[in-house]
Design a protein around this ligand. Structure first.
Ligand SMILES: NC(=O)c1ccc[n+]([C@@H]2O[C@H](COP(=O)([O-])OP(=O)(O)OC[C@H]3O[C@@H](n4cnc5c(N)ncnc54)[C@H](O)[C@@H]3O)[C@@H](O)[C@H]2O)c1
Length: 253
């Protein structure tokens, strides 16, 4: 493994699992997160030489942190743009500010972070791999109460293809993963919101997620992490521009 891996939103859920999986496969992983203590906890679990606070919505911070990471720990071979937020609202009730904030983290923030990573890889003149975390909601809009999130994740799928197309000449592969119903703190919040919006209890909502999943269990962060590790590794060396479903069959396209 010749270069380091950097993960955004690595302090929780899927980002933490991705960091652990890459570390278990021998990568030096630098976890970053808006919450520096959460990033540090993941770093401790991964034997990371450093962790960083990184808010993906701040272009100057994004550029500075990525530059300082590669200066200190050597060139980056793998970058995972995982940071994301969700908020459940009926479409008719989403405010412009809420829409902007979801797009600001999930699409603009991912653009900023993945662009800074790509710039660093191009400057190093070495092949690399970027994995963007999209969603099942990046491929279908038949998802309740998440219109702004759906818009942001469709954007991630499109951006992934455009990045893959332009960065291929630099031997940088760009792919995304599209998880389904993953048991993380984000899902805990969504279960509570959806139970309120539907007027049913949380267990009933969880049953809806299960009923919607042919493999009949909730997805684990590790299910996503293993697919990210595949996309970031040599077995996927001829895969680029792909948005890979990892959802137990909950949405097939
Ligand atoms: N949980 C699911 O069911 C599910 C399904 C599909 C896709 N996803 C996507 O997976 C990714 C991770 O989700 P999760 O379920 O682990 O969520 P989570 O809320 O458990 O973790 C998200 C992490 O991102 C960090 N974060 C939030 N805003 C940030 C910012 N501006 N800059 C940097 N870090 C920031 C948070 O501090 C947190 O540590 C997100 O992009 C999410 O949209 C989740």
């Amino acid at each position: 493994m010749s270069g380091i891996a950097v993960v955004t939103g690595a302090g929780s859920g899927i980002g933490a699992a991705i960091s652990r999986e890459l570390a278990a496969r021998g990568r030096v992983v630098i976890p970053t997160d808006l919450d520096p203590a959460a990033a540090a906890a993941t770093g401790a679990a991964c034997g990371s030489p450093a962790t960083h606070r990184l808010d993906v919505t701040e272009p100057v911070e994004v550029a500075e942190v990525i530059t300082s990471i590669v200066t200190e720990h050597g060139p980056m071979e793998v970058f995972v743009s995982n940071a994301g937020i969700s908020r459940m609202r009926r479409f008719l009730e989403i405010t412009p500010e809420e829409f902007d904030s979801t797009i600001g983290v999930n699409l603009r923030g991912l653009f900023l972070a993945s662009q800074a990573a790509a710039r660093s890889m191009v400057a190093a003149g070495r092949p690399g791999c970027i994995v963007n975390v999209a969603s099942m909601a990046g491929k279908q809009g038949r998802v309740p109460y998440l219109a702004d999130y759906v818009a942001s994740k469709f954007g991630v799928v499109g951006l992934t293809q455009a990045m893959a197309f332009e960065l291929a000449e630099h031997e940088i592969r760009v792919n995304s993963v599209c998880p389904g119903y993953v048991a993380t703190p984000m899902q805990d919040r969504e279960l509570a919101w959806e139970s309120e919006l539907r007027g049913v209890d949380v267990e009933a909502v969880r049953e809806l997620y299960l009923a919607d999943t042919p493999l009949r269990r909730l997805e684990l962060p590790e299910d996503v992490a293993r697919v990210v590790a595949f996309l970031a590794g040599p077995d996927a060396s001829f895969v680029t521009g792909e948005s890979l479903a990892v959802n137990g069959g909950a949405f097939m396209d």
